[in-house]
Design a protein around this ligand. Structure first.
Ligand code: TXA
Ligand code: MG
Length: 349
């Protein structure tokens, strides 16, 4: 059966927000609802209902050992699912919630084990999106939600991109058009007074440091950085976000050198069909037919990147070349996703 579709692409009016009452009832009845957040779309279920949460894993084809994020709309809900909220966590909450920051806490027993994949911790975030907030408020329960995509595929930032893979697997699909940010939330855990970034996102290392906090970037995020020109071997553990077509990520902080390098690559592969994902400023510097303009700012690129990774296969090329970005601010999150999309096939010089 097809999912019920709710169009909230112009949701400014309160009467439209009331369209969320039925989906909230579905959450309470143990069903799944696909809904927008400011980062990416999510597939939500009542986080306190083990059977409902099982359906999420089934819908996504997700590994049982990969825990979910619990979405809340107020601080009372945090206290329902977590305890021992430390000073540093409180500082992060005050600075970034509601917003694209997920914090790992000690889990209370009320949270079913499948939400946290058996861990004694729970990941929590308060989204900054009117629809997400209202859906949680109306259902009066925290909502467990992974990104809306089949496991391994890029996260959904636009309903058109994911409708084929998820239609019929959820009770409701709530469409609010393209999301605001485009990459998933920053995931952090405080260990020995230091903020460890487990997954980079819109809330950046620099913003957290600005609060006077010490930040540790987890090794796997930076794995293939700070290398001289070097192609990393494909990492099995990075199979995520990847198009079916072979991809290569190329970056230099010298833009002219970057363009030259990519043109060299095109020439090397002159009997192959190539698609380039390029910044606007470089678009006209590549004399090939297949090009996608990612935008110039990190904000634009982050919004477009998952849609373009999905689109790449439709060009039926032999190779996709992607321009990298600087690894500051939101750039770290973009590069983290692109390195995975390219399965570590990454050149930086
Ligand atoms: O922006 C987002 O975070 C989106 C929207 C829907 O909120 N959600 C999202 O969920 O990206 P998902 O399931 O695709 O990614 C959750 C990430 C995974 O990397 C998971 O391993 C990590 O959070 N995670 C969840 N619980 C954890 C825990 N207790 N300890 C460590 N990592 C955890
Ligand atoms: Mg995901």
């Amino acid at each position: 059966m097809k999912s019920k579709y709710i169009d909230l692409r112009n949701y400014k009016k309160d009467e439209e927000i009331s369209k969320l009452i039925k989906p909230a009832e579905s959450i309470n009845a143990g069903k799944l609802v696909l809904f927008p957040t400011e980062t990416v779309y999510g597939i939500g279920a009542n986080a306190l209902d083990e059977e409902a949460v099982k359906k999420i894993f089934k819908a996504k084809g997700r590994q049982q050992d990969n825990p979910l994020i619990v979405h809340i709309s107020n601080i009372e809900m945090l206290n329902i699912v977590a305890y021992d909220i430390g000073k540093i966590e409180q500082k992060l909450i005050d600075a970034f919630w509601p917003g694209p920051l997920t914090i790992i806490f000690k889990k209370k027993d009320i949270v079913p084990n499948n939400v946290t994949a058996g861990l004694d911790t729970v990941a929590v975030r308060m989204p900054n999106n009117k629809i997400a907030k209202t859906l949680i408020e109306y259902s009066k329960v925290p909502i467990a939600a992974p990104s809306a995509n089949i496991s391994g595929k890029p996260s959904g930032t636009l309903i058109e991109d994911i409708i084929d893979e998820l239609d019929g697997k959820v009770e409701y699909i709530i469409d609010s058009g393209i999301v605001e940010i485009g990459v998933e939330s920053t995931v952090v855990r405080v260990v020995n007074e230091k903020v460890h970034i487990l997954r980079p996102g819109k809330v950046s290392q620099e913003q957290i440091q600005d609060l006077g906090l010490e930040v540790v970037i987890e090794k796997q995020i930076l794995d293939s950085y700070d290398q001289q020109e070097k192609v990393m071997s494909p990492g099995v553990k990075y199979k995520h976000y990847a198009p079916n077509t072979k991809c290569i990520l190329i970056y230099s902080n010298d833009n002219e050198k970057l363009v030259n390098k990519i043109n060299e690559k095109i020439n090397e592969n002159n009997n192959q069909k190539v698609l380039i994902l390029t910044k606007t400023k470089n678009f006209n510097k590549y004399k090939i037919k297949n090009k996608l303009d990612m935008g110039n700012s990190l904000e634009e690129i982050s919004k477009n990147i998952f849609t373009y990774l999905r689109k790449a296969d439709s060009y039926k090329v032999d190779l996709v070349i992607i321009e990298g970005v600087e690894k500051e601010g939101l750039g770290l999150a973009i590069m983290n996703r692109l390195i995975r999309a390219c399965e570590n096939n990454y050149i930086e010089f």
